[in-house]
Design a binder for this molecule. Structure first.
Ligand code: ATP
Ligand code: MG
Length: 427
């Protein structure tokens, strides 16, 4: 019986001709870039479990969010507890921060993470049920610099990956005071149009009218065009904070646009929110997003500390890299590929390859081809730099020809000094 991968999931393979974004080298490239950039911004890695108690997400992501309302993979374990596969990273990071009392070790805490997330969504291009995010959270600082740093950090990762033509859209959802004002204005605006709202937005109208601005329904979108703007409902403090974030972005030369319709899908945001979009992906055009969420940690039972962060989808980032034909480093195969002729040579080649590997030289042996020609083809296919054909003559003389696979130029090497010889060729 043949098995099929579950809907909305995918394999990442060494190479994938029909869907090149599933090639593992690209994933490694993004992950390495995230790690390197995080190091320079002084964010440290945190790893949390793939599943948590469901209540954490109910509380930490918010019951009126699409994620909790519709998209969670929830199951009951054998002990009767409700658990959910994590749909995003922030709630878990905050839970870990509180549970491990990390706030007792300094005043500012900066974390990054990379890993799979799970949402029960309709699978389509750019939207999967198991997808991957990298993200960052900075806890403990309420200043506009922190917001600007987080936005710049994400932009810097994209820049280093070679992404182009991205749009950074920023907005503020204000402080609780501004939001209370704005909420009333939104209710007044949408009430006469209530019957025209989508079923989802009717619920949002009751629970969290701000989220109507985030609706993807085309009729809602039309109504949203005429809705009031948060920017005219800001408290002086919220307004000053937002202006300073914008000033700082100007100073550090992060290009952005203000878009007063951005509210973000999660319930816990306050003040700064942002999204980074591309025009090279079709419908799923947001590659990363984030903002400030000062009340989240205390609502999870932790200390009252401010926080800001972002999350970005690896699938979409990689798909943009490919759509924009971002130049990638050439793939490298083994430095040396040994091709034995006969049983005795095969044993020797195995020993030689092992000796190379033990000395940090990438090496492989042809163990299946019956003919030298097939072995040479494999060396080319694997993108080996050198190959060496070893038969009884070579075993007897102790000398081999190292052939450069591309240039076909050969040099003689002593079998007993293969490691030294290869090091000499590459240094
Ligand atoms: P969308 O509006 O596309 O549903 P979202 O607001 O649900 O996005 P966030 O929760 O902000 O997305 O997640 C941050 C990033 O994670 C998104 O910008 C996107 O790159 C990625 N992402 C979210 N959901 C998926 C998914 N189902 N498949 C692939 N990537 C996803
Ligand atoms: Mg979504």
């Amino acid at each position: 019986m043949k098995f099929q991968i579950p809907k909305g999931t995918f394999d990442i393979l060494p190479d994938c001709a029909e869907e090149p974004w599933r090639a593992s080298a690209l994933w490694q490239k993004v992950e390495e870039t995230v790690r390197e950039t995080a190091n320079e911004y002084n964010y440290k890695e945190i790893r949390t479990p793939i599943y948590e108690r469901t209540e954490l997400f109910d509380r930490g992501v918010g019951e009126s969010s699409d994620i909790v309302a519709k998209e969670m993979f929830t199951f009951i374990d054998k002990g009767g507890r409700s658990l959910s596969l994590r749909p995003e990273g922030t709630a878990s990071v905050m839970r870990a921060f509180v549970e491990n009392n990390l706030n007792q070790q300094g005043s500012v805490h900066k974390f990054f993470y990379i890993g799979p997330m799970f949402r029960y969504e309709r699978p389509q291009s750019g939207r999967y049920r198991q997808f991957h995010q990298f993200g960052a959270e900075a806890i403990g600082n309420s200043s506009p610099e922190q917001d600007a740093e987080v936005i710049d950090f994400l932009c810097q990762i994209y820049k280093r990956l070679g992404l182009k033509n991205l749009k950074v859209r920023v907005n503020t959802v204000g402080d609780p005071e501004s939001r209370a004002h704005f909420r009333t204005a939104l209710i007044d605006y949408f009430r006469p149009h209530f019957d025209l709202l989508s079923a989802d937005s009717k619920i949002r109208f009751e629970k969290n009218p701000l989220r109507i601005l985030d609706s993807k329904d085309s009729r809602d979108k039309e109504l949203v065009q005429g809705a009031p703007s948060i920017l005219t409902h800001l408290s002086p403090a919220a307004k000053a904070h937002f202006q300073e974030v914008c000033n700082l972005l100007d100073q550090i030369q992060v290009p952005y646009e203000i878009d007063d319709r951005i509210v973000r899908g999660l319930d816990y945001y306050n003040k700064t929110v942002f999204e980074i979009m591309t025009e090279d992906l079709g419908a799923q055009n947001t590659i990363g997003a984030g903002g400030r969420f000062d009340g989240l940690i205390s609502s999870l039972g932790g200390p009252d500390l401010p926080a800001a962060g972002f999350a970005s989808g690896l699938e979409r980032v990689i798909q943009v890299m490919l759509a924009q034909q971002t130049p990638l480093e050439e793939k490298k195969g083994p430095l040396i590929y040994f091709i034995p002729m006969g049983e005795e040579a095969r044993a020797k080649c195995f020993l030689l390859a092992t000796e190379c590997r033990h000395n940090q030289i990438t090496a492989d042996v042809e163990l299946s081809a019956k003919k030298v020609q097939a072995g040479l083809q494999n060396a080319t296919r694997l993108q080996a730099t050198y190959c060496a054909i070893i038969g009884s003559d070579e075993l007897q003389s102790g000398k081999i020809q190292l052939k450069h696979v591309q240039t076909r130029v050969s040099s003689e090497a002593n079998l007993a000094q293969i490691v030294t010889h290869l090091r000499g060729l590459t240094s």
